[in-house]
Design a protein around this ligand. Structure first.
Ligand code: DGT
Ligand code: CA
Ligand code: CA
Ligand code: ZN
Length: 582
């Protein structure tokens, strides 16, 4: 987390605390504004404060007293007023704000009139029915709070793929430099590309594990050593992420990688298969089963296969199964079509520029897409209802279309499509009239508000967008935020059927906070015959790197290049794009 994110969090928390204490709205708003300025700032505010404290106050939206707090933070890493405000509240009350849908107003009510002081009391009081008498707390509201609390409890303990994968990559690179290390990889749910992971499982092949274990547990960034053994260690990083490391013999690398990649359910399928063939599979290898209870590796038996995953699968009569499919469903049933790969993606079809809430110009985004070898980029800034994201009025959209066309003339070697990310309003209408949409090359239609509406209303809403002839793709269809809000829960089967019929693509938004559609919905969409789009929703140049998370999610859903509009040859893509709107 950057210092700016920390500053933003402290200001948000001060605003939350003031609201919970019932202080005046003016101060609350001023603090929230500073939090947003910190979130959006491109410069490191703490660094600015250290070199020139006066410069902080000169930033638009930051007043004198907020600037003083930022300078204080730059020096000490804390803000005195923040600590003082939080001390006025029960210690666990701020946590209650983390329940999706619970704002300061409701938490204040639950606290003052319902005696809720933390998540635990909220849970018991919901269960006992004590909160039923409170104003604005009807049975449906309480039910909602209970569901969202349960969601927070399960989502809170896992780490997002997007946060874990870069850490694991760095650890793998670090371990691979150690002497005597023959192979290094991450395994577990991370290798399977799950949207959240419980812990990171690292594996090294070496004949001298001891120095590797020592280097691992004593590296900087380790907050706590949970276990330190000869071949197995476990640490907690400062971020809270747990990392397990196991060392195995190089000759058993494949069997170990297979075992520790899991899933447990996939391992069960493989062991059963081995048994039917008179074989025995464990993390040391695939062995002939001689019926003796002692582990075969302890009796010096030579495995039938162990060195690589492919050899173990082959000996079991299976093709190598991509980790993303190893969930114990039907992955051992036949030879699956090759899954989509990062290098199959030829274009970005959802991104934002400075016209709405992006950080770069049209040309900067197009040049980046070109640098990454793409044949096209669709510029899709927000529509007028997304006021918080600086959405474009019809007039501004028309100017923007002209600017995109002008950029397209200046930048060669890549197609630049004039698009929009149009809000799907709560009732299913789109945020621009049809005659305006018809001026665009490309339309992403996405839900941004009313994300807690009833399933029936959500179905009707998304169906209207799917059946709208000018829409090309439904962006982040559920609107969920991982660990934040569950999003819409429409009748997906009905939607996918309609999308397959109308030809609209369903998006996998690759942002690791979204991954929306999620893996199993991708599978359902493909089974229904839908086209899938994988978009990064880039708001800046770095965001193009998010693509790998979208591709992993697609692979988990069984997506092939054939099923993905971003991977189609240009001619096929163009034929499909033009077929919309008729
Ligand atoms: P996570 O960390 O909760 O996201 O999920 P995984 O799948 O990474 O699970 P983890 O870290 O507990 O273990 C890593 C892999 O090791 C797991 O996918 C399969 C294998 N494994 C661990 N414990 C067992 C077990 O008791 N039986 C079997 N068959 N495999 C296991
Ligand atoms: Ca794990
Ligand atoms: Ca583990
Ligand atoms: Zn969006």
């Amino acid at each position: 987390m950057s210092a700016n994110a920390d500053i933003a969090r402290l200001f948000h928390e001060m605003a939350d605390a003031l609201e919970l204490l019932g202080e005046n709205a003016f101060r609350v708003n001023a603090l929230r504004k500073v939090a947003r300025v910190a979130e959006d700032a491109t410069a490191d505010l703490a660094a600015v404060a250290r070199t020139d404290p006066k410069a902080v106050e000169a930033i638009e939206g930051i007043g004198a007293s907020s600037a003083r707090k930022i300078v204080e933070f730059a020096g000490s890493g804390a803000m005195r007023e923040h600590a003082e405000l939080l001390a006025k509240l029960p210690p666990g009350l701020m946590q209650v704000l983390r329940v999706p849908g619970l704002g300061p107003r409701t938490v204040k009510l639950l606290w003052e009139q319902g005696g809720v002081t933390d998540l635990a009391t909220l849970k018991t009081k919901l269960a006992s029915g004590e909160l039923a008498g409170l104003p604005r707390m009807g049975p449906k509201t309480l039910q909602n709070i209970a569901e969202n609390l349960a969601f927070l409890e399960t989502a809170g303990q896992r780490t997002r793929l997007g946060d874990a994968l870069p850490v694991a990559d760095a650890l793998v690179a670090e371990l691979s430099k150690l002497p005597g290390v023959k192979e290094v990889a991450f395994a577990g749910s991370l290798r399977r590309g799950r949207e959240t992971i419980g812990d990171v499982d690292l594996l090294v092949a070496t004949t001298k594990p001891s120095p590797v274990m020592h280097a691992f547990t004593s590296r900087p960034g380790v907050a706590k050593v949970l276990a330190h053994g000869e071949t197995k260690s476990s640490v907690r990083l400062a971020s809270g992420l747990q990392v397990d490391l196991r060392a195995v013999a190089p000759a058993a690398w494949g069997a170990a990688l297979l075992y520790f990649t899991g899933s447990k359910e996939h391992n069960v399928l493989l062991r059963e298969r081995a048994q039917r063939k008179g074989l025995r599979l464990n993390e040391y290898g695939l062995f002939k089963d001689d019926g003796k209870p002692e582990p075969p590796q302890d009796r010096g038996l030579t495995p039938v296969a162990a060195a690589t995953e492919a050899k173990v699968y082959e000996a079991l009569g299976l093709p190598w199964i991509p980790p993303e499919l190893r969930e114990g469903h039907d992955e051992c049933g036949g030879t699956p079509a090759p899954l989509i790969e990062l290098s199959d993606i030829r274009r970005e079809l959802h991104c934002h520029t400075t016209a709405s809430d992006g950080a770069c110009t049209i040309e900067e985004m197009a040049e980046e897409a070109k640098r990454r070898g793409f044949d096209a980029i669709a510029i899709t800034d927000h529509s007028r209802s997304s006021a918080q994201a600086n959405g474009l009025s019809v007039e501004r959209l028309r100017e923007h279309i002209a600017a995109i066309r002008a950029a397209a003339r200046r930048v060669s070697g890549i197609h630049i499509l004039a698009g929009s990310e149009v809000d799907i309003l709560a009732d299913g209408r789109l945020d621009y009239p049809d005659e305006v949409l018809a001026e665009l090359d490309w339309v992403v239609a996405s839900p941004h508000t009313a994300l807690k509406q009833e399933p029936a209303a959500a179905t009707k809403r998304l169906l209207a967008a799917i059946e709208h002839p000018l829409v090309h793709v439904i962006g982040h269809p559920s609107g969920r935020m991982l660990g934040g809000r569950p999003g819409l829960e429409p009748d997906w089967a009905a939607l996918f059927k309609a999308a397959a019929r109308s030809g609209v693509a369903m998006e996998i938004n690759a942002n690791p906070h979204r991954l929306d559609l999620r893996d199993q919905l991708v599978r359902a969409a493909l089974a229904a015959g839908c086209h899938i789009a994988i978009d990064t929703d880039a708001h800046g140049l770095d965001n193009f790197d998010l693509l790998r998370f979208g591709v992993l999610t697609g692979r988990r859903g069984g997506l092939t290049a054939e099923g993905c509009v971003n991977a189609w040859p240009w001619k096929r893509f163009e034929a499909w794009r033009h077929s919309r709107g008729r």
